[in-house]
Design a protein around this ligand. Structure first.
Ligand SMILES: Nc1ncnc2c1ncn2[C@@H]1O[C@H](COP(=O)(O)OP(=O)(O)OP(=O)(O)O)[C@@H](O)[C@H]1O
Ligand SMILES: [Mg+2]
Length: 490
């Protein structure tokens, strides 16, 4: 359809003259005055910008949530919901949309409040065409930067991945380093870590990084096997070896010959199977059930458990010789709560994964959802995090995951932040220390906390907080007055 002699126009401008990147952006207008919305429509239409609008603040919010516009032109005084309230709702959920407050009555206080709440600009009516054009270009540029940041984040995930394992915390970088060093040489390796820390992922990575990559990887969950069939499954059997053995069966060791076998939940093996396994590891031979002839096998063995094997050895449930044998190379995966730096990277990774799976454009997390995800203790580790993000992506209607899209357990951690174990007294002490840290001045701190100076001094004494009066403070103490006066404060 394009005419080769005619330069393609972008946003009403020729490409060479376009100062902003050429993204097609969407603008939403929210105003209870229909003529203003019409005005936006005609100007934005002439600029080639997509536009949606609503006279109803609640409906406008819905549009913002579902359409994720680059720019919202938001009236300050509306019936039903105040513009600042709409702004607060938008900001809580969405971090990329630019919100410009439009007002008929300029007030410096409201302007400051709007900017403080995250408005990009505060503009008086009537809005000129030039101003609108400027706002659109600014939003286009911001959308471009946001997209660039998103794609950099995706690249970052690639950088901080070893095989399919994602992590950039110092603990995980150590694990990556260890895996890369052992993969070319190991014959047996033991992976330890709580449930959901990625033991199977690491086992697969070890195989893929080993010289046996092109050979088979047999995965065997020792806990899931029927006890009476474990040996037959691992080592195979000859026809007639036991009742029900109607034909020869190849065991996993033989099947994976030349490759790798992953023995998951190794602590669940019975003592009899443990000793047979030890023999396989030591002699590289398997005895098929019912066969007098041992068979040579050459496999790499990766074992994993979430139990404390040294404890199992002490209590006599696990053979010490097998433990020593497996323990020659040990990889310990830290629980997620001990590598919080990885949480947001993993969240981003699963967001991309599930967004693709559910064919949804999920762009990110609201700041408060991010806080909750980071503060939660993740007893189920990465598996739990994966499930939480998967569920949120599946149910999500908008483009950003908010607090309400997270399960109660995670949501609750947002209320307490990282201080999830604080008592009221601890919280009081933390509030004192933080406020003094910011103000460096006890008079100001008392004012910020909304308590009298006398009460502040009592609390400092109670918690043994040693704070010297600053020079400013001494001056202020002598000539300041407090509003409300101290005697009216608690
Ligand atoms: N570092 C990681 N990067 C990306 N995905 C991960 C990571 N760690 C775990 N996962 C994912 O979390 C889920 C659980 O991982 P995995 O099955 O390897 O854990 P596990 O330690 O074997 O758990 P269990 O002890 O319960 O068997 C998998 O879907 C896995 O892909
Ligand atoms: Mg596992």
């Amino acid at each position: 359809m394009g005419n080769s002699t005619e330069p393609e126009k972008i946003g009403g401008q020729e490409p060479g003259k376009c100062s902003a990147p050429p993204e097609q952006i969407l603008v939403v207008g929210i105003d209870d005055d229909a003529t203003i919305l019409e005005f936006y429509k005609s100007v934005l239409g002439s600029l080639g910008v997509r536009y949606e609008s609503s006279e109803e603040p609640a409906r406008g919010l819905e549009l913002v949530e579902t359409l994720d516009p680059a720019l919202v032109l938001l009236d300050l005084n509306m019936e039903g919901m105040d513009g600042l309230e709409v702004l607060e709702h938008i900001r809580a959920r969405n971090i990329q949309t630019q919100v410009v407050m439009i007002t008929g009555n300029y007030s410096i206080e409201t302007a400051v409040e709007a900017i403080r709440q995250g408005a990009t600009d505060y503009v008086c009516k009537p809005v000129s065409i030039e101003k609108l054009r400027g706002l659109v270009e600014q939003a286009r540029l911001a959308a471009h930067h946001f997209q660039r940041a998103e794609s950099l984040e995706k690249e970052l995930i690639q950088v901080f991945a070893l095989e399919a394992i994602i992590g950039h915390s110092p603990r995980m970088l150590e694990v990556f380093d260890l895996l890369q060093r052992i993969a070319p040489h190991f014959r047996t390796a033991l992976i330890l870590g709580e449930t959901g820390t990625g033991k199977e992922l690491v086992a697969r990575a070890l195989h893929n990084l080993s010289p046996r990559k092109a050979q088979r990887l047999a995965v065997c969950n020792c806990a899931a096997m029927v006890e009476s069939l474990v040996e037959s499954q691992l080592f195979g059997h000859r026809k007639g070896a036991f009742t029900g053995a109607l034909e020869d069966r190849v065991g996993l060791f033989e099947w994976a010959n030349g490759g790798t076998i992953f023995l998951d939940e190794i602590a669940d093996l019975t003592p009899a199977t443990q000793s047979k396994l030890l023999r396989v590891l030591e002699n590289r031979e398997v005895h098929k059930l019912g066969s007098p002839q041992p068979q040579h096998v050459d496999v790499l063995v990766v074992a994993a458990t979430s139990r404390d094997l040294s404890q199992e050895v002490k209590s006599g449930k696990f053979r010490p010789d097998l433990w020593y044998r497996l323990n020659m190379v040990q990889v310990e995966l830290p629980p997620l709560r001990d590598r919080r730096d990885d949480i947001l990277l993993l969240c981003r990774h699963f967001l991309d994964k599930f967004g693709e799976e559910y064919a949804k454009e999920v762009r990110g997390f609201s700041p408060r959802a991010q806080n909750a995800l980071q503060a939660y203790t993740w007893p189920g580790n990465v598996r739990e995090l994966e499930n939480v993000i998967g569920r949120a992506c599946m149910l999500l209607r908008g483009k950003f995951i908010d607090l309400d899209d997270l399960p109660d357990s995670v949501k609750e951690s947002a209320l307490s932040g990282s201080d999830s174990t604080l008592t009221m007294q601890d919280a009081e002490k933390v509030a004192l220390l933080r406020t003094l840290g910011v103000t460096k001045n006890r008079v100001l701190a008392a004012r910020m906390l909304g308590i009298s100076r006398a009460k502040l001094y009592r609390l400092l004494e109670k918690y043994g907080i040693d704070s010297e009066a600053s020079a400013d403070e001494k001056q202020e103490e002598s000539d300041s007055f407090t509003f409300p006066p101290d005697e009216h404060l608690p």
